[in-house]
Structures are given as structure tokens and as C-alpha cells.
Design a binder for this molecule. Structure first.
Ligand code: FES
Length: 148
């Protein structure tokens, strides 16, 4: 079922999105207190939680370090044609529901773009990066999208 999403100036119609969506979890971040690496367990827990919430189409991958080492554990969201995000200070024991909530929100956003106020409360202050989608290639026209 399609439904409208009001996103400030960006109002759009959400439709089923067949693009690949991926959450990447750092597998080398260490818990600051226990010094353990929770990434592998978080991948497993997230996969189960996504499936339970009808988001099995969102894949979860691991990556060894995403350059957010001072803010462990880091988690990224990426999809073709969408803004990408890197979050830090993720607490695997506490933040799975928040990560799933953002996965749902992200999947429903046409361009993936949203402000910190629109993201789940549990991600407040944890955004390390938000990068716009890679512009479509416009041959011979530097800096122009879709040849427009
Ligand atoms: S070790 Fe996890 S971001 Fe570097």
C-alpha cells in the first residue's frame, strides 16, 4: 500500500522499493567497557529482527572498520540512489529496535534523505555522516545531474 510521507519540503509518494538496501555493521569495533567485538552478534540479531518486522529484504553485512573507531559500534545504511548514513555509539544490547525502525524509514524514503529530527529518537547525536546519493552520470556535463 502506498502512502504519503511528509518530510518538510520533500513530500513524496512511497512505493514498494525494489532497490537493494544494506545495513553494514562494523565487525572490528570494540565495546569500550568489555573490549569485546559485538559486530558479529549484532549482524545476527539484526537479521532476525528485520525478518520479524517484515524487512527481510534489507541485507545486513559486516565490514572491518568504517573509520568511526572512536565512536563504536558503527553501523551504515546504504541503497542505490539514496543518501548513505554512518552512525556511531550504537549499543547492540539496546539499539536493535532503533536500527530496525530506521531501516523501515529509510526503505520508505525515495532518496533516503531525512534530518536528525526525523530519524528515530535513539539515533539522536549518533550520526557520524550523511552523504547524498551519488548523482546520476551526465556525460560531458561536470556537476550536472541527469543532463538537466
Ligand atoms: S573499528 Fe569499527 S569503525 Fe573502526
Amino acid at each position: 500500500m502506498a502512502h504519503d510521507l511528509a518530510l518538510g519540503e520533500r513530500r513524496m509518494e512511497a512505493t514498494p522499493d525494489t532497490r537493494r538496501h544494506c545495513i553494514t555493521v562494523c565487525t572490528t569495533c570494540r565495546d569500550p567497557e568489555t573490549r569485546e567485538r559485538p559486530g558479529a552478534d549484532l549482524i545476527e540479531t539484526l537479521n532476525a529482527a528485520l525478518a520479524e518486522n517484515g524487512l527481510a529484504h534489507v541485507s545486513v553485512e559486516g565490514a572491518a572498520c568504517m573509520a568511526g573507531c572512536s565512536r563504536p559500534c558503527t553501523v551504515a545504511y546504504q541503497a542505490e540512489g539514496k543518501a548513505s548514513y554512518l552512525f556511531g555509539d550504537i549499543e547492540p544490547a539496546r539499539d536493535v529496535a532503533t536500527l530496525v525502525a530506521f531501516a523501515r524509514q529509510y526503505a520508505e524514503l525515495e532518496d533516503g534523505w531525512c534530518s536528525s529530527l526525523q530519524r528515530p529518537e535513539g539515533l539522536k547525536g549518533k550520526t557520524l555522516a550523511r552523504m547524498p546519493a551519488l548523482p546520476a552520470f551526465a556525460p560531458g556535463v561536470p556537476g550536472r545531474r541527469d543532463g538537466a
